[in-house]
Design a protein around this ligand. Structure first.
Ligand code: DX5
Ligand code: ZN
Length: 212
C-alpha cells in the first residue's frame, strides 16, 4: 500500500493534491501541534474538509501531546486510521479501544530512537504500527535504515498488524523497506515533489511489490 503524505503538497491546493493521487491506498495526514514536534501543521477542521473532498481513506498521524484527549475526535470525524505516538500517549490501550469503538483503525507509532520490544504486547490492541524512519516533524529528511530492525522484530512476533513506515521513502529506499516486511509506505516528497504524483505512486508500488 502507498500512502502519499500531504505534508509535501501545496496546503492552499489540497483538493487538487488529493485528486492528483487518486490511485493511492491511503492519504497520510500529518497533524503536528508545535509541542510534541517542533512544527505546526493542521488539525481537525482541515481534516474534516479533506474527508468531504476525497474518497481516499485518511491515515492521520497525530504528532501531538495528549493524544488521549484528541485522537477520538479524528475517529468520530470519519478518519480510517488514527495513529498516536507511544511516546505521547498516557494510556495507549484505552486510546486503541476508544478508536476502534468509534469505527476507526488504531495505530501506534514509534520514533526512530524508541525501541519496540517494551511495547510489543500493546500491539495486540492496535491495527497498525507506524515505524518512523526520520525524526518526526518535517518532510524531506533522509531515511534511517536502522529502524528496519524494528520492522523485522514486529514481523518475527507474527502480530496481526499492518506495518507502516514513514520518512524518507523514495525509489531508492522503498525496496529495502519492503524486504524487511513493511506493508504500507508513506511518501511525501517522493510523490508530491514529482512532476506526475499519480505516476510516482504507481512507480513506488511497483518497486515495493517486486521485492515483497
Ligand atoms: C514527518 C512526517 C512524514 C513526512 C514524510 O514527521 O510524519 O509523514 O511527510 O515526508 P517524506 O516522505 O518527504 O520524508
Ligand atoms: Zn507522518
Amino acid at each position: 500500500m502507498i500512502a502519499p503524505s500531504i505534508l509535501a503538497a501545496d496546503f492552499a491546493r489540497l483538493a487538487e493534491a488529493t485528486d492528483a493521487v487518486r490511485g493511492a491506498d491511503w492519504l497520510h495526514v500529518d497533524v503536528m501541534d508545535g509541542h510534541f514536534v517542533p512544527n505546526l501543521t493542521i488539525g481537525l477542521p482541515v481534516v474534516r474538509a479533506l474527508l468531504r473532498s476525497t474518497d481516499i481513506p485518511l491515515d492521520c498521524h497525530l504528532m501531538i501531546d495528549d493524544p488521549d484527549r484528541w485522537a477520538i475526535d479524528y475517529a468520530e470525524a470519519g478518519v480510517h486510521n488514527v495513529t498516536v505516538h507511544v511516546e505521547a500517549a498516557h494510556d495507549p490501550v484505552k486510546i486503541a479501544k476508544d478508536l476502534r469503538a468509534a469505527g476507526a483503525n488504531a495505530g501506534l507509532s514509534v520514533k526512530p530512537n524508541t525501541p519496540l520490544e517494551p511495547y510489543v504486547e500493546l500491539l495486540d490492541h492496535f491495527d497498525t504500527l507506524l515505524v518512523m524512519s526520520v525524526e518526526p516533524g518535517f518532510g524531506g529528511q533522509e531515511f534511517i535504515p536502522d529502524v528496519l530492525e524494528k520492522v523485522r522484530v514486529a514481523r518475527r512476533h507474527e502480530l496481526n498488524i499492518l506495518i507502516e513506515i514513514d520518512g524518507g521513502i523514495n525509489a531508492d529506499t522503498i525496496e529495502e523497506a519492503a524486504e524487511a516486511g513493511v506493508d504500507c509506505f508513506v511518501a511525501g516528497s517522493a510523490v508530491f515533489g514529482a512532476d506526475d504524483p499519480a505516476r510516482a505512486v504507481e512507480e513506488l508500488r511497483a518497486r515495493a511489490t517486486r521485492e515483497a
